[in-house]
Design a protein around this ligand. Structure first.
Ligand SMILES: [Fe+2]
Length: 234
């Protein structure tokens, strides 16, 4: 009889269910948004491949420097601390289009759509981009773990990725810290862009593919704080 009474109670309460709690709010705090875009502009990719290869082949490596070839090539493109112009590519129309149209659109979309923020003209005008060339049968190239200070969003355009599966993925470290020690690898695809918060630590593992791996990285200036809360309805 007692069992029957209990059963009746369960059935009754499941019929007229009243939750013991009421959700008042939930939000995605310090979440990590990774967005991938296909680039639709015809004729952008080939000149970007040529521009990177030309400049890379003509780049004078300092054999006495302790910096890696990749780091020296990056340094060769920086005109000045706060200068948005790239010393090597500023006269290249495909490079300018990548920066001012493609990347600016991707950055503005991510900020507006997911963080409810509108980038200022100054921010968009301050986008800085540079080329990275790896592989090509030379000594292994890689990029150590890093973040991008004084930036809100970072992005990489993949112009040429080895098609033999040896193209190194961009690898993101779990932002929850060293306790989890988890990584996420994003396998690049030709003519796509990956966008991520600039505070997210990332690196490129060594590449020694006989084929070139050519990419262009860009940063949107701003504060890490901008991407604290994802503006997604839960
Ligand atoms: Fe980076």
């Amino acid at each position: 009889m007692r069992h029957l009474a209990l059963l009746l109670l369960v059935v009754t309460s499941s019929k007229n269910f009243a939750s013991p709690i009421t959700e008042t709010s939930s939000k995605l705090l310090w979440s990590t948004l990774i967005s991938v875009f296909e680039v639709n502009t015809p004729g952008l990719r080939d000149p970007l491949i040529s521009a990177a290869l030309d400049s890379y082949e003509n780049f004078a490596l300092d054999e006495n420097s302790e910096a890696s070839k990749g780091d020296q090539y990056y340094q060769s493109q920086i005109l000045g601390d706060k200068n948005r112009n790239n010393k090597v590519f500023s006269q290249n129309s495909a490079f300018e289009q990548l920066k001012e149209e493609t990347m600016a659109t991707a950055f503005a979309h991510v900020l507006k759509e997911f963080f409810n923020e509108q980038p200022s003209r100054a921010q968009l005008g301050g986008i800085f981009c540079w080329a990275t060339v790896g592989g090509g049968g030379e000594q292994p190239t890689w990029h150590s773990p890093h973040t991008h200070q004084n930036s809100v969003l970072s992005a990489v355009y993949y112009a040429a990725v080895p098609d033999d599966g040896s193209g190194a993925p961009i690898t993101f470290s779990d932002p929850r810290g060293p306790w989890t020690n988890l990584k996420h690898s994003h396998q690049p695809v030709n003519n796509t862009i990956v966008v991520f918060p600039s505070w997210l630590e990332h690196f490129i593992p060594p590449t020694n593919s006989p084929q070139y791996r050519i990419s262009y990285s860009c940063n949107l200036p701003g504060s890490f704080k901008t991407t604290t809360d994802l503006n997604i309805e839960l």
